[in-house]
Design a protein around this ligand. Sequence first.
Ligand code: PEP
Ligand code: MN
Length: 486
Amino acid sequence: MTAEWTPSSWRSKPIAQDVAYPNQEKLDKVLQKISSLPPMVTPSEIERLRYQLGLVQRNEAFLLHAGDCAESFDACTHENISSKIGLILSFSLILIWGARLPVVRVGRIAGQYAKPRSSSTEVINGKEVLSFRGDNVNGLDPNDRNPDPERMLSAYFHSTTTLNYVRGLLNSGFASLHHPRDWSLNHVRSPSLRTEFDKIVEGLSDALDFSRTIGMDASASYEQGGGRGTLGEVDFYTSHEGLMLPFEEALTREFSVPSSLTHRESNFLPSRAEGQTTAARPAPSKKQFYNTGAHFLWIGDRTRQLTHAHIEYFRGIRNPIGCKVGPSMENEELIRLLDIVNPDKEPGRVTLITRYGAKKIDSHLAQHIATVQKAGHPVVWVCDPMHGNTHTAPSGLKTRSFGSIIEELTSCLRIHAACNSRLGGVSLEFTGELNDEGFSVTECVGGSMELSEDELGLRYQSFCDPRLNFEQSLDVAFLLSNHFKQ
Ligand code: PEP
Ligand code: MN
């Protein structure tokens, strides 16, 4: 018999990656304040994402999960936010074109401010200091490493500011195919990338004009994979790693499950949505706990211990959740985990984000797929080709090679096909960020721009993991798009 769940029941369990705050009173005051602030996202948005992830699981949509490894308070600017959204839109458009499927977009954005670390301290200039744990916890400056609870309040406000701007952009036609130059490619120098992208935009615009001409306006939602059916409005969701449980608890609120399909939800796939959406939904009168700080939260590879605090917290929230799956995951452990977080085997509830590394995927993924299939657990399978492929360049900079990223991704596609399964999405660390002269970051090596290890120092801006830049990300998008076209 499972013990009763509450938003704070995780507190009685052992916890990995905990943060020790020196001043309990200050911590309690901040948490009290956060728990009185309004939700950032709503239950009906969360339910819509659950529904759409159910479609991904049934091969009727593709998931794009992407953004920074970690956001920072300083990078919360309108340029950075719009270039992030622009890259996500460009990437999804290329995918929609190739796969002929709607794309569910989930950004690592508006709250990705806390990081797990392999060691709690590090040595900087000969001095041992606490590791940087993300802006939610302490500062990047080695003199600012003491955890400060006020940072959680700041994370709340930076998240709401980000989200407010994202909502504003998307509601004012930023994503419209009539103005792709607002959000895409205006700085990309590669003529072949530009030509290929322009062809796609043209093709999609023609398709839309045609459907409007014959009066099939609903198919306008196909434009960006499921908007309101109004040109330029798109579905977009936020996510972060649910690492800081005191913060997550303060954002967890009880609500009745929204009773009916919203207009936008029912428009996602007009021909198939009807009558299929309420099955996985509890009766409207039933109250559920929602994490209102993001639509989607995931459990990191370092905090997924079955009897620990993170799994306890995650099992009780109604949001769709992700779990990272690395080479250390045992088959039996994976099934026990799924039994805990999804006992009723509800579609759309769990996304498994695999991140083995190009050299290890062959010895793990097929077994994991077979085990999950045998247990009859519905999951969305997503490939994270980033986190198992990090190495240090001779300069000391942490990097990833484009070749290894593509190798893991293509192996993943191949293995899913061989196992009678399907890859439902990708999880990437990328950025559309540009420097003042309009150049992309240089953090990962390779890609069509053939970035070498010597060039990494040119514009290395990440303070966490290395990200694909705009051009390298589009290279991945075209590869996937071409794969699905065949
Ligand atoms: C991440 O997604 O940034 C991360 C830390 O991943 P993982 O938990 O898979 O190492
Ligand atoms: Mn990362």
